[in-house]
Design a protein around this ligand. Sequence first.
Ligand code: ADP
Length: 219
Amino acid sequence: MKKQFAVIGLGNFGFYLATGLFQKGHEVLGIDINPRQVQEIRDKVSRAVIADATDPQALKELELEEMDAVVVSIGSVLNSSILATLNVKDMGVKRVVAKAVSDAHGRILQKIGADEIYFPEKDLALAATQRLDNPNVLDYLPFMEGYSIVQLAPPATFVGKNLIELDLINRLGIQVIAVTETVPENVVMIPTGRFIVKESDLLVLLGPDKALAGLKEKT
Ligand code: ADP
């Protein structure tokens, strides 16, 4: 379903988030104090405006309270991130998501009422740690003659699809018996067909050695 989002702060994280949501078919308003950032994103989102998010008056005209979610992606200037989040919260926006660059920053954002807080660098570092620590095939457990259980990172073509769409059982005779989620750490045992594979996941698969080896080559 098409949703309405606003992204305040179009630096690295904000830029990729805003353009990514737009590519998924959502309506996206990009906001930045810097005209260069606004110019750069103009034809990659629904609308892009120059505004200072620390100024409640400037935000008022943008009708942010109508949005499904507003993301504050100002990291480096702590003061601006805090004021922008507070302003958006005060306007009665339903879902306020804010980016934090440190744990202390995250705690402040939580105190002023951000509904969700992202720590992009920390989360990516945790995912990278997991990947570097564990090569693609983590465990290789012979099961029966010709069959094994392996744990591997999903090939790029799997990411964003659910298990019904992937249909590994009919296509390759492979059963997904568990998924190890790395961000945050969690194990989903016997995932249903609705489970959507994320890049940071590790799939635990049971299947014929040949089919598993074929998948491994694609990761
Ligand atoms: P990243 O690390 O994701 O690039 P930055 O914190 O460096 O994030 O980028 C922040 C973005 O937010 C910049 O494009 C900057 O121009 C913008 N920004 C900073 N202060 C404000 C503000 N008061 N109102 C709107 N945008 C702002």
